[in-house]
Design a protein around this ligand. Structure first.
Ligand code: AMP
Ligand code: GLY
Length: 422
């Protein structure tokens, strides 16, 4: 099979690596990919929101199966477009992708189906915001309705802040959002639970814990994710049952009832409060950097799994996992998530012989005259697996020190929840 992979982040490099290892694959095309994917696949420059351009590439390169990494093309309907053209594609359709594309859609679905989530109010104007403030306790979480590249959520400790943030959203800060969701602030432990879904079934696809704050001890503004580990020990059998029966099954049934069954990866973002799961968010794709820690633990052939999901045959296959732990630390450009320099040389990446146990998934990188330069805020993901999170982290940190990239920074405390407990 020839595979087309849409996206260019660390998640896509990790997926690309698994596709590369599959016995079912002939050629891989990354659209557009990064410097890391260019070593194992053919990168093709294209605008991933220009669906016609993608269709032409699929045809001209005889691509048999398209796998969509990021949310934006999913939310904008790439899957519907390609299916109409009779192309095999893995990911949810536009309707189902609203689970991530519209917080109001997701919240209404929860309300209608008794899915546990934070109390909320969908607001279309400041009057509604003021009324909610009168009957609610602080802090309050303000969420822009549409996609906002991880910047649409603000935890507000004062009414004034709630009003200011809401006003910005109504004034058009995020083009994707003309309404917002106000939410009760939940205190608990966050965890991400993943499944892969076809028309009839779903299967477990790992757990992970992300670290969203830019600074150590979970301080500073939110980012796309500074590091992750898998599995997340908080998810035991009893919690998993609750996640499936209270959240996953009612959601998938609701979509099926509306004749818009879900297909793809589903990322269930949870807050665990007194051993009870509350849905914080759905994402209609793998997480980034969660994917970079989950895929190295996968034993089964990745492409075989995806293909069977596409043909609604998940029930018949077994997904096997290694009994290993995994961690990734994200190397970022100085200044991220604010402004940062681009096109900075990462000099030593080709010179150093890293430990065999270290995988480096590229994110914001590109090749420039045989050199690797940075192009994004999140640049590289240093990943390793083993039996002990403390030892895994030590190895990753040693490799990051060896790279010694002066324009970058990273968190040294990834995994503190599982490491301090030892
Ligand atoms: P989201 O994009 O919805 O995942 O929100 C980003 C982050 O904000 C989450 O990962 C949580 O850490 C935090 N958050 C979102 N909603 C809530 C909530 N209702 N209570 C507490 N924290 C929240
Ligand atoms: N790491 C968070 C996300 O992928 O949305």
């Amino acid at each position: 099979m020839n595979i087309g992979l849409i996206g260019s982040g660390g998640r896509e490099h990790a997926i690309c690596q698994k596709i590369f290892e599959s016995r079912l694959v002939k050629k891989i095309f990354c659209i557009p990919g990064n410097a890391g994917t260019s070593k194992i696949a053919k990168n093709i420059k294209a605008n991933i929101l220009n669906f016609n351009e993608i269709y032409k590439l699929v045809k001209s390169n005889k691509i048999d199966l398209v796998i969509v990494g990021p949310e934006e093309p999913l939310v904008k309907g790439l899957v519907d477009f390609l299916i109409k053209k009779k192309i095999k594609v893995f990911g949810p359709n536009k309707f189902a992708a609203q689970l991530e594309g519209s917080k109001a859609f997701m919240k209404k679905l929860c309300e209608k189906n008794n899915i546990p989530t934070a109390k909320f109010k969908i607001c279309k104007n400041l009057m509604q915001v003021k009324n909610f403030l009168k009957i609610s306790k602080l802090p309050i979480v303000v969420k822009a309705d549409g996609l906002a590249a991880g910047k649409g959520v603000t935890i507000c400790k004062s009414s004034k802040k709630v009003l200011n943030v809401s006003k910005e959203i109504f004034d058009g800060k995020f083009k994707s959002s003309n309404k917002l969701v106000l939410e009760e602030f939940l205190v608990g432990k966050e965890v991400s639970y993943f499944i892969i879904v076809d028309r009839n079934n779903f299967k477990f696809f790992g757990t992970a814990q992300d670290h969203k704050k830019v600074k150590e001890k979970d301080q500073g503004p939110n980012t796309g994710g500074m590091g992750a580990y898998s599995p997340a020990p908080i998810v035991d059998k009893s919690l998993e049952k609750k996640i499936i029966y209270k959240i996953v099954k009612p959601t998938l049934s609701a979509l099926k009832k509306s004749k818009n069954h879900y297909k793809g990866f589903l990322y269930v973002g949870l807050m665990i409060v007194k051993k009870e799961p509350f849905l914080i968010e759905f994402n209609v794709r793998m997480g980034d950097p969660e994917c970079q820690v989950i895929l190295p633990r996968l034993k089964s052939d990745f492409v075989n799994i995806i293909y069977n999901a596409v043909i609604d045959n998940l029930k018949k296959i077994k997904i096997k996992w290694k009994n290993e732990k995994s961690m990734t630390i994200v190397l970022c450009s100085k200044g991220y998530p604010g402004n940062y320099k681009k096109n900075v040389l990462i000099a030593k990446i080709n010179e150093i012989k890293f430990n065999k146990k270290i995988k480096i998934y590229h994110a914001g990188t590109k090749l420039k005259d045989d050199n690797i330069v940075s192009t994004g805020g999140r640049v590289l993901n240093f990943t390793s697996t083993g039996n002990n999170f403390f030892k895994i982290r030590k190895l990753i940190l040693k490799s990051l020190q060896m790279l010694n990239w002066k324009e970058g920074f990273y968190r040294k405390d990834i995994g503190w929840r599982v490491i301090n407990k030892r």
